[in-house]
Design a protein around this ligand. Structure first.
Ligand code: SF4
Length: 471
């Protein structure tokens, strides 16, 4: 079989997105994305740069590229791929960084990020997939929509008086001084695909040689939202789209340009910490903590307003004082208005691979929805502490060791129900054996400036500590 029809070596063998999709992509039949993915993968394989290549994926129809390309990959928030790619490129000077973005992503919400990355001449190659509309979300008007083109949000066609003119992004970027190569290609017919192969290969060679920024706009068919069959969609690029967006190389300085040196600078963490008043030497306690688990994975959950985020913050800050590696990850949003808010804390002596806590070994549930949501995720050797002042029923499917703590009642007795989180702090410190009561008190003295508040919180922490002593 000719190589062009074979699966590229730079693709995964199977695409494990979900059962039934192992062999095919998620793209619609006739979509230009698939052709572009194949060209990129073939050229990456041919240049032997697969191990160096790092893809930065967008939000949009290209979002799942990490299921296809067998290389490192990062997903960026909507419109931010060029900014993320900047960080990836600067921290991996030997990497070949590919930013893959659609027109809704790059030419609308991400315009600023894209233009400034280009203007800095970052070592990266940007693929800008232009299909004249927002594909993934159902075909809304994009900055690249043609005049007169009907979309779901321009049912009478794009008008220059209402929506402005189609944005010529490649021309804008070619007008900047820094970019090395700027081109527009098409993936709609064999002639255009052959030209696209050449341009993409040249762009990747520029990356291999560290010769700066490459921008390749790709006219790509979206039969689904154009409401055309794949053949008509390909013809429409020739007959209409390419008249607005002419195919060709707009700028190529690769032959006259040397490598763009961007040496990696090591951050001086000590200087930053000092600047922020967090210098470790001053605040570190000289004591080795004994942890009940190799890595402490806490989940603190409750209603917004119950102090679960600050409880996580307190545990994280205490852990940092003992020189542990620590992450703190809050989760809120609509939950702040009464649902389940939570914070995850990971603490340990080794570097932490992820701040996400899927299976907590210590769960604190301050309300019933939290216990029902996270309780079943705690493994058999984990601890579940629930607020028995507010929870009168516990789920039947809990595997971890369950402890009832009347946190709200104890906090109310100490002076305010709001101190329930500090009651919990005292309880888990003694239950897990991580911190001593005197250490908690010293921490609270530094945290609460107002004497009345401090007194309540000292009472609260000690009532939680005492409650754990009765177990
Ligand atoms: S919606 Fe359009 S761009 Fe998105 S996968 Fe389908 S054909 Fe391709």
């Amino acid at each position: 079989m000719p190589k062009i029809f074979q699966k590229s070596e730079a693709f995964f063998d199977t695409f494990e997105r979900k059962p039934g999709f192992q062999k095919t992509t998620h793209y619609c039949p006739g979509c230009g994305h698939g052709t572009l993915n194949k060209i990129i993968a073939d050229q990456v394989a041919e240049l032997g740069i697969q191990d160096q290549t790092i893809y930065v994926g967008p939000v949009g129809c290209g979002v799942f590229i990490y299921y296809y390309f067998e290389s490192a990959s990062v997903s960026a928030a909507h419109g931010r791929a060029s900014a993320v790619a900047t960080g990836v490129s600067r921290s991996n000077p030997d990497g070949i960084v590919v930013s893959y973005q659609g027109d809704g992503d790059l030419a609308a919400i991400g315009t600023g990020n894209a233009i400034h990355a280009a203007n800095r001449g970052e070592n990266m190659i940007v693929f800008f997939v232009n299909n004249n509309l927002y594909g993934m979300t159902g075909g809304q008007l994009a900055p690249t929509t043609l005049l007169g083109q009907k979309t779901t949000t321009s049912p009478y066609g794009r008008s220059k008086s209402n929506d402005g003119f189609p944005l010529l992004v490649a021309e804008m970027i070619a007008g900047l001084e820094a970019p090395t190569l700027v081109a527009r290609v098409g993936v709609n017919n064999p002639r255009n695909i052959r030209q696209a192969v050449k341009v993409i290969k040249r762009g990747l060679e520029i990356q291999r040689d560290k010769k700066g920024y490459v921008f390749i706009e790709v006219l790509s068919q979206c039969p689904t939202n154009w409401k055309k069959d794949p053949e008509q969609a390909c013809e429409w690029i020739d007959d209409v789209v390419s008249k607005q967006y002419p195919i060709g190389v707009l700028k190529d300085l690769a032959d006259e340009q040397g490598p763009q040196e961007r040496p990696r600078k090591e951050a001086d963490f000590a200087a930053v910490a000092k600047l922020l008043g967090l210098d470790a030497e001053e605040k570190t306690v000289d004591k080795e903590l004994i942890l009940p688990y190799e890595e402490m994975r806490f989940k603190f959950a409750g209603f917004g307003g119950q102090g679960v985020l600050s409880l996580g913050m307190m545990v994280a800050q205490m852990s940092m004082q003992y020189n542990l590696e620590v992450t703190w990850l809050p989760s809120y949003g609509p939950e702040m208005r009464g649902g389940v808010a939570n914070s995850s804390v990971v603490a340990g002596k080794n570097p932490i691979s992820t701040p996400v806590v899927d299976a907590p070994n210590v769960l604190v549930a301050l309300n019933r929805p939290s216990l029902e949501k996270f309780g079943p995720l705690v493994p058999k050797d984990g601890l579940i502490i629930y607020n028995s002042s507010l929870i009168d029923q516990i789920p039947a499917d809990l595997k971890g060791k369950v402890h009832a703590l009347p946190a709200t009642d104890l906090a109310t007795a100490a002076g305010t129900a709001k101190a329930a989180n500090v009651v919990v702090l005292g309880f888990i410190a003694r239950l897990t054996g991580i911190f001593e009561l005197a250490e908690l008190e010293a921490f609270l003295r530094k945290t609460f400036n107002k004497p009345a508040l401090l007194e309540i919180n000292l009472k609260a922490v000690s009532s939680g500590w005492d409650a754990a002593g009765t177990i």
